[in-house]
Design a protein around this ligand. Structure first.
Ligand code: FES
Length: 137
């Protein structure tokens, strides 16, 4: 049985480092007297944890059903045009990353939903997101 405090340790690592490194997996395993495989299994189960470094600006495009129907794909296309990256990727300069597999954020009535860092864009349009990206450059 994996203690809940392992999840808390992984969440803290995400907050401080922005991702779960191999070293972090080993450190958490040592702290809780688990094998690295056990810690990795827990971390890989939850979408909130990522194993690749994030960009300075983290973008999430909800691709749940309502947002997909409302045009999430068009927003992802704009991001690819502007940044040259897709979901789960980081720009070479480390300035932007797009989270992978972002599912329903609970705001379906305002679809499509995009978050950039702490800001939530409801009924997001491709033009609005293009503008937001250009401002952050
Ligand atoms: S499907 Fe995107 S917020 Fe629900």
């Amino acid at each position: 049985m994996i203690p809940d405090s392992v999840i808390v340790a992984l969440q803290k690592e995400m907050q401080t480092a922005g991702y779960i490194s191999r070293e972090a997996v080993q450190r958490i395993a040592d702290e809780f007297h688990l094998s690295p495989t056990q810690v990795y299994s827990v971390a890989s189960f939850y979408q909130q944890f990522t194993f690749v470094p994030q960009g300075k600006n983290v973008i999430a495009v909800c691709t749940g059903t309502a947002c997909f129907i409302a045009g999430a794909e068009k927003i992802l296309a704009v991001l690819r045009e502007e940044l040259g990256i897709g979901e789960g990727e980081v720009t070479p300069d480390g300035k932007f990353s797009i989270q992978k597999n972002t599912r329903c954020l609970g705001k379906c009535a305002s679809a499509p939903i995009v978050t950039i860092n702490d800001r939530v864009y409801e009924k997001a349009t491709p033009a609005q997101i293009r503008e937001a990206i250009r401002e952050l450059r």
